[in-house]
Write a protein that binds this ligand. Structure first.
Ligand code: HPA
Length: 270
């Protein structure tokens, strides 16, 4: 594992002289942020050794190196989801490569269903904590102490200073935000009404199919994480309507400018 990650990181290091300390993962419908990056190098996932290969036709996957508000960043346009059939090790492989590239801050975004009755479609939710309901964990298996500890602490899974920084940015720019706990489920089914109710009862404010594995791998490797959800639909009793992936993408796109502003400003400060 260690050698595989190193081989990939070494390959990437040869392709660019940039050594970003900030990495960004762009969620469903949120890929447009990359247009704000002064791109130096763009690598297709399929051309990167050991990177998981997308089995989904037309699935975009690109690793972008450039500058955002003057700060060197690495952005993943397209992520790997557990429901696609990748192993958890494959899902988090890029995060481990990031560590080897020198990344210290990871900014994650996703689309999710809101279960907190105060939420509206289009809201941004700063993730303050998560509940892993994926039924597995990316750290299951033998542990390599060179990457991180066997039993990682998770007392501050989402970095408090980064959260405070984003709250300040949002206030300054008049962006409404929510805060809350994200529940990670495997998908690919959206929730039944009873499942939304159940997950809400557990203490979650939003639910989605990503972010938790990446967060765990990042914490394991000592990378500080900030994550934000765009609420694209509601799992609230009486307000649940039929949804499709297209609806989720469309709702995420509507809120994208707010997210882009937040990630740009935050990157500029890191
Ligand atoms: N549930 C799970 N994943 C999601 C949802 C949802 O309601 N919306 C966007 N991603």
């Amino acid at each position: 594992m260690y050698e595989t990650i190193k081989q990939t990181a070494d390959f990437i290091k040869e392709k660019t002289s940039l050594r970003p300390r900030v990495a960004i993962v762009l969620g469903s419908g949120l890929g447009n942020l990359s247009s704000k990056i002064d791109v130096e190098v763009s690598l297709e996932y399929k051309d990167i050794p050991n990177f998981p290969v997308s089995t989904v036709v037309g699935h975009e996957g690109r690793l972008i190196f450039g500058r955002l508000k003057g700060t060197e960043v690495l952005a993943m346009q397209g992520r790997f989801h557990y429901y696609e059939g990748y192993s958890m090790q494959q899902v988090v492989f890029p995060i481990r490569v990031m560590k080897f590239l020198g990344v210290e801050h990871l900014l994650l975004s996703n689309a999710s269903g809101g279960m907190n009755p105060d939420f509206e479609i289009g809201d941004l939710m700063i993730i303050t904590d998560h509940i892993n309901l994926m039924g597995t964990n990316p750290l299951i298996g033998s542990n390599d102490e060179r990457i991180g500890p066997r039993f990682p602490d998770m007392s501050e899974p989402y970095n408090k200073s980064l959260i405070d920084e984003v709250k300040t940015i949002a206030r300054k720019n008049g962006i409404r935000y929510q805060t809350g706990t994200y529940a990670g489920i495997s998908g690919p089914t959206f929730e039944t009404p009873a499942e939304y109710k159940y997950i809400r009862t557990l203490g979650a404010d939003a639910v989605g199919m990503s972010t938790v594995p990446e967060n765990i791998a990042a914490n394991h490797a000592g990378i500080k994480v900030f994550a934000i959800s765009v609420i694209t639909d509601l799992g609230i009793d009486g307000r649940i309507v039929e949804i499709s992936h297209e609806d989720v993408i469309e709702a995420a796109k509507q809120s994208e400018p707010k997210l882009t502003l937040i990630f740009s400003e935050l990157s500029g400060k890191l």
